[in-house]
Design a protein around this ligand. Structure first.
Ligand code: UT7
Length: 326
């Protein structure tokens, strides 16, 4: 009988640009306050990429750290997937740019654009490649320079986002790794959170940054996010025949502490079993889950053998989860 193959996390890495922007810094040029941002979102600061520092640069640092932790060299990679909604270029994909930087030429490499759910989507794809026998070693990255597409005069969005990247190396293993992944989307809600210009729809030459900016109806997104995450968490437990108390760690997308607390409550999890980085990173979109995961592993909180629930919600709408034994 052939043994089942799982995609198992062999190593993680992450990277944050060195420049930090605090809430007080923001209050100097936009009508906001540390009090409002902290109370409504839990965010105290975020990192901002330096001029000329790109999504691929962030991804490269996170990827090399993950590969080092996994003991994997570039020539061993069979697949590179980058979740990003802020690619360096229109094409080639950031995954191809990263592949060249790593010296991993030859293996498949592509981007997944699922906004803040990009890492969960990418992890899902790589899991299928490994389970299906099409790859033995895969690099999955979530990397973003979201601050490049913010309207810094719009206080309803510019206080929320930051730049950063996280990465995991997955390896085929007979030991349990990723147990299940669950993806969803609802394109009919696109206008609640979007960046409404592009190559084919056209840019707006008369507007600042050619109209490139994040637009969001925050309170509507908030309600949809809480509901969708509740439902995907239930779906994940049910698919695996698990009780909510079986989960060791919740590693959520870091958009808003109040959303994270709502999901934790649903799982009856005390907040000391939930990884929170939103206070220091802000919302780094597809970078957020792998950044939180790497921080939790490197700090020694998450241990081998523990059961982790990863989840995310973002523009599209897109949302999803991954249940894995680390
Ligand atoms: O990662 C992708 C998914 N994204 C999310 O999950 C984000 C979901 N949404 C949220 O996190 C929250 O809705 C926000 C943090 C964006 C906003 O919090 P809220 O409690 O929903 O506030 P609100 O949008 O209902 O606005 C309340 C008030 C408004 O003033 P009035 O109309 O009550 O006078 C806003 O104009 O807060 C005002 N406001 C601000 N005040 C100071 C909005 N942004 C700011 C600001 N500083 N930065």
């Amino acid at each position: 009988m052939t043994q089942q193959v799982f995609a198992r996390i062999a190593g993680t890495g992450s990277y944050l640009p060195s420049k930090v922007l605090t809430n007080d810094d923001l209050a100097r040029f936009v009508d906001t306050s540390d009090e409002w941002i902290s109370a409504r979102t839990g965010i105290r600061q975020r990192h901002v990429a330096a001029e000329g520092e790109t999504t691929c640069d962030l991804a490269y640092h996170a990827a090399t750290r993950a590969m080092e932790a996994a003991g994997v060299t570039a020539d061993e990679l069979d697949l590179i997937v980058v979740g990003t909604t802020t690619p360096d270029l229109i094409f080639p994909s950031t995954a191809c740019l990263l592949q060249a930087r790593l010296g991993a030429s030859g293996c498949g490499a592509f981007d997944v654009n699922a906004a803040c759910s990009g890492f969960i989507y990418g992890l899902t794809v790589a899991d299928k490649f490994i389970r299906g026998g099409n790859a033995r070693t895969a690099l999955v990255v979530g990397s973003e320079t979201l601050t490049r597409m913010l309207d810094w005069s719009d206080r309803s969005t510019c206080v929320l986002f930051g730049d950063g990247a996280g990465a995991v190396v997955l390896k085929a293993d007979h030991e349990t790794g990723i147990l299940s992944t669950h993806l969803h989307a609802d394109g009919a809600k696109k206008e609640l959170l979007w960046n409404p210009v592009g190559v084919s729809a056209g840019f707006k030459p008369g507007e600042p940054n050619a109209g490139v900016r994040v637009l969001m109806t925050g309170n509507e997104v908030f309600k949809h996010a809480v509901k969708a995450l509740d439902s995907v968490v239930e779906e994940t437990l049910e698919a695996n025949g698990l009780d909510r108390h079986d989960i060791d760690w919740l590693i959520p997308h870091q958009a808003n502490l109040r959303i994270i607390e709502a999901t934790a409550k649903r799982l009856d999890m005390p907040m000391d079993r939930v990884i929170v980085t939103v206070d220091r990173h802000g919302n780094t979109s597809s970078g957020s889950v792998p950044l939180a995961l790497d921080e939790a592993i490197r700090s020694g909180r998450v241990q081998r053998g523990q059961l982790l629930l990863l989840e995310a919600f973002g523009g599209g709408f897109t949302w999803g989860s991954a249940l894995l034994r680390y």
